[in-house]
Write a protein that binds this ligand. Sequence first.
Ligand code: G3H
Ligand code: 13P
Ligand code: ZN
Length: 313
Amino acid sequence: MLYEKYGLVNTTNMFGDALARHYAVGAFNFYNLETFAAILGAARQTKSPIILAVSESALKYISDDMLMAIVGGAHITPDENVALHLDHGHSFEACAQAIDLGFSSVMIDASNLPFDENVALSARVVEYAHAHGVSTEAELGTLRGREDENTFSDTELYTNPSDAADFVEKTGVDSLAVAIGTSHGAYKMKSDKQELRFDILAKIMNYLPNFPLVLHGASSIPQQFIQTINENGGEIKNALGIPTDQLQRAASTTNICKINVDSDSRLAFTATIRKKLAESPSNFNPRDYLAAAMETVYANTMYEIINIMGSAH
Ligand code: G3H
Ligand code: 13P
Ligand code: ZN
């Protein structure tokens, strides 16, 4: 397996353990040295399995070789339980490219296509991935909000539970992202009383017992970062995330094995840089404010690993 060269593992054993012991593995997106070091550092500090997630646009931003050099430079070992995952791959080619680079897990997101086309494309990726020992994720249903730089969905289509079972059987996929009311970005809920559709999740679990499910758009949007951003020249109004108690419930009482977080790290990073620069207007040393931003992402990732995922050992 190519990814073994980097000390990475696929998600099969991670999800088996998460199902058996009722927790979730955090999939945290990164896109530069600072976010990579913060997220991996938090996982190491808490002795937690971790999924390092890279979107297609993040891969384009860092570049293939630079990304793999950064991952290689971290000297990851298999006992650390680290997976490198392509987040929202939109084509067979994007998934195959990630696998050929050394990713240990890929998501094919064909959820915008009609059911049969989603099945066909996902099955093709699964076949290629499995031939390389790589684990797979696909998506059924649509999440509101910005999924990445190329896709925007303003409709919300919950996952149909019986379709989910049919989809998993036809594709052979290893995990499934479900739509139960989460959404990407910083504007997820109209109020903190709003509930995720745990009733739909329960029905999906009836159709797919013991099968790893994935929650996208699961940032909790910590309000202290929003406040710091707004107090230091930013303007992010009325942002609201998924309440942490609902995420804890998903991680500890359901078959949600993977919880995706990107926006929280972006907010932590941005809030810190805004504050640092506002506090010392004459500072022009990026190592100063980037180190501080990295530290905030590290602390927030540790907090979420311990208090939301429940994956610290
Ligand atoms: O769910 C998608 C992630 O937040 C990735 O976003 O394409 O801007 O890196 P990005
Ligand atoms: P957030 O926007 O809630 O962080 O979602 C992240 C995600 O789903 C990445 O795939
Ligand atoms: Zn997502």
